[in-house]
Design a protein around this ligand. Structure first.
Ligand SMILES: NC(=O)c1ccc[n+]([C@@H]2O[C@H](COP(=O)([O-])OP(=O)(O)OC[C@H]3O[C@@H](n4cnc5c(N)ncnc54)[C@H](OP(=O)(O)O)[C@@H]3O)[C@@H](O)[C@H]2O)c1
Length: 292
């Protein structure tokens, strides 16, 4: 199978690359090879490589910067996924795409299910929601995985920031009123590969994606706050000697407002595809094992 992986140099893309290697011929694409804000270039690129499966791990993920670059965020997150889906469809192929908990406003007092109506609070969330709908409108066999609070040892993320601040500073203040599930890139990548493997085992990956197409929530199990995530991390890493203070979001103003409840209900993917990710604390420990 020929697989086109977009966002190859992002945190999820880097986790996917080694796991995809055994599944077929993988062409890993970064921004240097293809700028996803250029729709005609996307069409030309996909037609040139003619993949059976496109995995779109690329996105404009700078949540705060998106507030001042709405058009760019919309081009990359809102328009490009639809173009990728359309081109995959023309080739008789399928798409796996990733989306975010930030499509919700966080006002519900339970984990969000796939049928809950999104209501994004900021430009990033709006652009990602637009992308979901653009993919679905094409009718191409597509699986959209909505995830949350993605971290790993590659790229930039909350875990890496906390590991650094925990060593550099005496005190670190972290918000304690936003709830969600930290999700390790490696587990998310592994689940994606498991899904593709199921398709291959059933004889036709595109047909499998067609049978199971739709939207799924997929995060590590359990839920926590950013403060508790940092506290658990500091307890596991003796070099993080800073003291932690829990603060409300109102004391840490950012250009983009975040949902206070980012919890995603993972039951649909568990029931329909048999995929369950470990508890976030277990995966945090696993991830940290890779540190020197
Ligand atoms: N990070 C999170 O906390 C989080 C939470 C929920 C959902 N998600 C979703 O999960 C997926 C993977 O996210 P991630 O954390 O792996 O993101 P990431 O580390 O920011 O990686 C995104 C990749 O997309 C590339 N990209 C950005 N603009 C591009 C463009 N115009 N053309 C081509 N490539 C471009 C980036 O390239 P450069 O390196 O050159 O910028 C980067 O390699 C995304 O769909 C994201 O929305 C992420």
């Amino acid at each position: 199978m020929d697989i086109l992986l977009m966002g190859a140099q992002g945190q999820l893309g880097l986790a996917l690359q080694p796991l995809l290697a055994g599944l077929g011929t993988v062409h890993a694409v970064g921004r240097r090879e293809l700028d996803l804000s250029d729709a005609p270039a996307i069409r030309q690129y996909v037609q040139q490589w003619r993949p059976q499966l496109i995995i779109n791990a690329a996105a404009y993920t700078a949540v705060d910067r998106a507030e001042s670059e709405p058009q760019l965020a919309q081009a990359i997150n809102g328009i490009a996924p639809g173009v990728l889906a359309e081109e995959a469809g023309h080739l008789g192929g399928a798409l796996i795409h990733f989306s975010t908990d930030y499509v919700f406003d966080g006002m519900l007092n339970r984990p969000y299910v796939e049928t809950d109506e999104p209501h994004p609070l900021g430009v990033y969330g709006k652009s990602k929601w637009l992308g979901e709908r653009a993919v679905q409108a094409t009718g191409t066999p597509a699986v959209i995985l909505r995830t949350s609070w993605v971290y790993g040892l590659e790229g930039s993320n909350f875990l890496k920031t906390m590991l650094r601040l925990g060593q550099e500073r005496d005190h670190v203040r972290v918000v304690n009123d936003q709830w969600g599930a930290p999700t390790w890139t490696h587990s998310l990548a592994q689940a994606t590969v498991t899904m593709i493997r199921h398709g291959i085992e059933q004889g036709n990956c595109v047909q499998y994606m067609q049978q199971h197409q739709g939207l799924y929530h997929l995060t590590n199990s359990g839920a926590t706050t950013w403060y508790e995530f940092a506290r658990t991390l500091f307890a596991l890493r003796p070099e993080c000697t800073a003291t932690l203070t829990a603060i409300p979001s109102s004391e840490y103003p950012t250009p983009a407002q975040r949902p206070s409840n980012s919890r995603l209900d993972n039951r649909k993917i568990a029931q329909q595809l048999g995929i369950v990710l470990p508890h976030w604390k277990d995966d945090l420990q696993e991830c940290l094992r890779e540190l020197p």
